[in-house]
Design a protein around this ligand. Structure first.
Ligand code: FMN
Ligand code: 7N5
Length: 364
């Protein structure tokens, strides 16, 4: 690691930005279109003040929680992001080690650059597997079977990506995935286009147009359910209407997310979409959130609104770039320490005390 101490996630971001090649850095940090949603994910958190209570015994704050049967040291996990070897040579194996050391959940992307088997072999914490709906259903089914056999505990189907958003940084850079980094859990021939660099276009955008199935509808979920006994969560839900449909289709959970501002630009900030989704779900399944979580107080705000946990995407890649497994452990550790601190300083020592009164004055 650099000489300067890395005390908050912004420190990891600055250090990672100095280490990574400019086109990879742009791929990681960028959003789509005018990057309104990317900025909104942060500014929406900043607009929510917390209402601390005092004269509460906060000597011990308990962050431990249980999510779909998995015990976690804190309600904070790793969001699925593609190609971790872009950030560190050990890729997802380092991430899984770091997340396990931190006692936290890792959601592994179907576009992981290490095998599901190697990741599972080092993981001491729970793993979930994220899916994109591929036109090649045979490959999708094979990945699901493999994940289930290896002990991945849930599937997270990302619904906000019928195609990849207009990411102008990647188009300007002619971004393509370097030839030595591949989505090893999928077919090499199918992934070949991800390495195809052309100025003015993004190889990942072109790849997704070819390989992701944009005809996916609610009716197709039954096919996925028929393949596996694993719980299925949907990632990318932003409205009450879709949340209600998700519950009707028997999902095990929902991740409120706008894909870190990388898909529909002008989609609502994740934290702003959370209340309507929670309202519609009415306790039928856990609701998680990702997008712009950078501090313990951000996490506390999402939990106060009713989220069961938060996930972080880019910060994990910053940790990886700064120090591999220990960098990931440290990023997750800083976030958990900040959350613990915020719980103490707001007079909410247990997660069950973290409720809407942290944000809104109770009536009466
Ligand atoms: C570089 C990068 C790659 C991503 N790859 C995936 C992916 O493979 N699957 C997926 O569902 N989401 C993917 N995402 C979205 C994340 O899961 C998550 O929604 C987002 O990063 C959360 O926002 P944050 O980065 O502000 O924490 C990716 C995000 C980034 C930044
Ligand atoms: C082809 C999709 C690339 C992974 C992804 O979801 C992202 O970059 O946001």
């Amino acid at each position: 690691m650099d000489g300067a101490p890395l005390l908050c996630l912004a420190d990891f971001e600055a250090a990672a930005g100095r280490r990574l090649p400019p086109d990879v850095w742009d791929y990681i940090r960028g959003g789509s279109g005018e990057e309104l949603t990317l900025a909104g994910n942060r500014s929406a958190f900043a607009r929510l003040p917390l209402r601390p209570r005092f004269l509460v015994d906060v000597e011990t704050c308990d962050l431990t929680t249980n999510l779909l049967g998995a015990s976690l040291s804190a309600p904070i996990g790793v969001a699925p992001t593609a190609f971790h070897r872009l950030a560190h040579p050990d890729g997802e194996v380092a991430t899984a080690r770091g997340a396990g050391d931190a006692g936290q959940l890792m959601v592994v992307s179907i576009l992981a650059s290490r095998s599901l088997k190697d990741i599972a072999a080092v993981a001491s914490g729970p793993l979930w597997l994220q899916l994109y709906w591929l036109r090649r259903r045979d490959l999708l089914a094979e990945v699901v079977r493999q994940g289930e056999a290896l002990g991945y505990r849930a599937l997270v189907l990302t619904v906000d990506t019928p195609r990849v958003g207009r990411r102008l940084r990647d188009r300007r850079n002619g971004f393509a995935v370097p030839p030595d980094i591949t989505a090893v859990n999928l077919d090499d021939a199918m992934m070949a286009t991800t390495h195809d660099a052309h100025t003015g276009t993004s190889a990942l955008e072109r790849h997704a147009r070819e390989q992701f199935d944009p005809t996916l509808t609610w009716a197709d979920l039954a096919w996925l359910r028929g393949l596996t006994g694993l719980p299925v969560l949907l990632k990318g839900v932003l409205t009450a209407e879709d949340a209600r449909l998700a519950v009707e289709h028997g999902v095990a959970g929902i991740v409120v997310s706008n894909h870190g501002g990388r898909q529909l630009d002008a989609a609502p900030a994740a934290i702003d979409a959370l209340p309507e989704v929670l309202d519609a779900v009415a306790g039928h399944c856990p609701v998680l959130l990702d997008g712009g979580v950078r501090t313990g107080t951000d996490a506390l705000k999402a939990l106060a609104l009713g989220a069961s946990a938060v996930l972080v995407g880019r910060p994990v890649l910053w940790g990886l770039a700064c120090g591999g497994a220990s960098g990931v452990r440290d990023v997750l550790g800083v976030l958990a320490a900040e959350l613990e601190d915020a719980m103490a300083l707001s007079g909410r020592p247990r997660l069950r005390d973290v409720d809407a009164t942290l944000l809104t004055r109770p009536s009466g």
